[in-house]
Design a protein around this ligand. Sequence first.
Ligand SMILES: Nc1nc2c(ncn2[C@@H]2O[C@H](COP(=O)(O)OP(=O)(O)OP(=O)(O)O)[C@@H](O)[C@H]2O)c(=O)[nH]1
Ligand SMILES: [Mg+2]
Length: 259
Amino acid sequence: MRLAAWRDVAKLVRASDVVLEVADIRDPLGTRSRRLEDMVKDLDKRLLLVLNKSDLVPREVAEGWKEYLEAKGYEVMYVSATSRLGTRMLRGWIKSVVKVRPFTAAVVGYPKTGKSSIINALRGRKGASTSPVPGSYGYTRGVQLLKLEEGFYMIDTPGIVPADGGWPEAVIRGMAPEEIKDPVPAAMALIERALQYNPLALVDAYGIETKDPLQALESLAIKRGWRYKSSGEPLIEEAARAVIRDYHTARLYFYVPPP
Ligand SMILES: Nc1nc2c(ncn2[C@@H]2O[C@H](COP(=O)(O)OP(=O)(O)OP(=O)(O)O)[C@@H](O)[C@H]2O)c(=O)[nH]1
Ligand SMILES: [Mg+2]
C-alpha cells in the first residue's frame, strides 16, 4: 500500500490551478479533511468540494448536504461517478471556474472516496485505475496526469493518509480491513454507527436482528461458518473484516443526514 504523504500533497496542490476535494456523501463531514482544506487555502488555490457516491443517498439528502456546506462557505457539487450523475455538469463547472489555459485540476481526498472513478467519468473513458474490489487499500499508487481535452488536465492522486480519527472514523475514511490490526473494535464501532443511522442495517445486510455489535459479529461468523479449527469458537475477526468491507461496498448501508 502506498498513500500520499502530506509533503507530496502540498507539492501537487502547488502545481495545480484548482483542487477538487472528493468526499463520500454518506458521511461528508467524516470524509473531508480540514488539514487538506487549510493547506489549499494557504497555498492560495481554489477548492471545490465534490461529494461523490450520491447514488447511495436520497436526492434530498444530497441537496441538504450541498446547502449545508455552501452555507459554511464551500463550493460544492454532488455527483455519482459510477452512475454518471452530475459528472457532465462537474466537468463544465471546473472549466468555467478556472480562467487560465491550459490548466490542471488536482483530485485529492481520503482513500476510496472515488477520486479515480470521477476522473474516468469526466473523461468518458478509463485511464485512471480504480479498485476492482471496493475496500482494497490505497489503490492509486502514484500520481497520474490525465488529459481530458486540449488544455484540460487532471491529476489523480493516492488517497491521503487517514491518520486522524479513532474508530469508526478511520474506517469511514477508507482504511482497509487488512490494514487494521484488530478489526473487532473497529467493526463494532462501525456497527454502532450503522445502527444509529439505520436501525435495519444489520437485518438488511445479514438478516441479523441483534443490536449488540459483538453479538452481531458472532452471529455473522456462525452464519458464514467461520470458526476456529481448534476450539470451534466463532471467528469474529473474520466477521469484523467482512463488515468493514461491506461498508465500502455499501452492503452495510447507512448514511449521515445533513444537520
Ligand atoms: N456506489 C458508488 N461507488 C463508487 C462511486 N465512485 C466510486 N465508487 C466505488 O468506490 C471504490 C473506490 O473507487 P476509486 O475510484 O478507486 O477510489 P479512489 O478515491 O481513487 O481510491 P484510492 O485510489 O484507493 O485512494 C470503487 O470500488 C468504486 O467502484 C460512486 O459514485 N458510487
Ligand atoms: Mg484512485
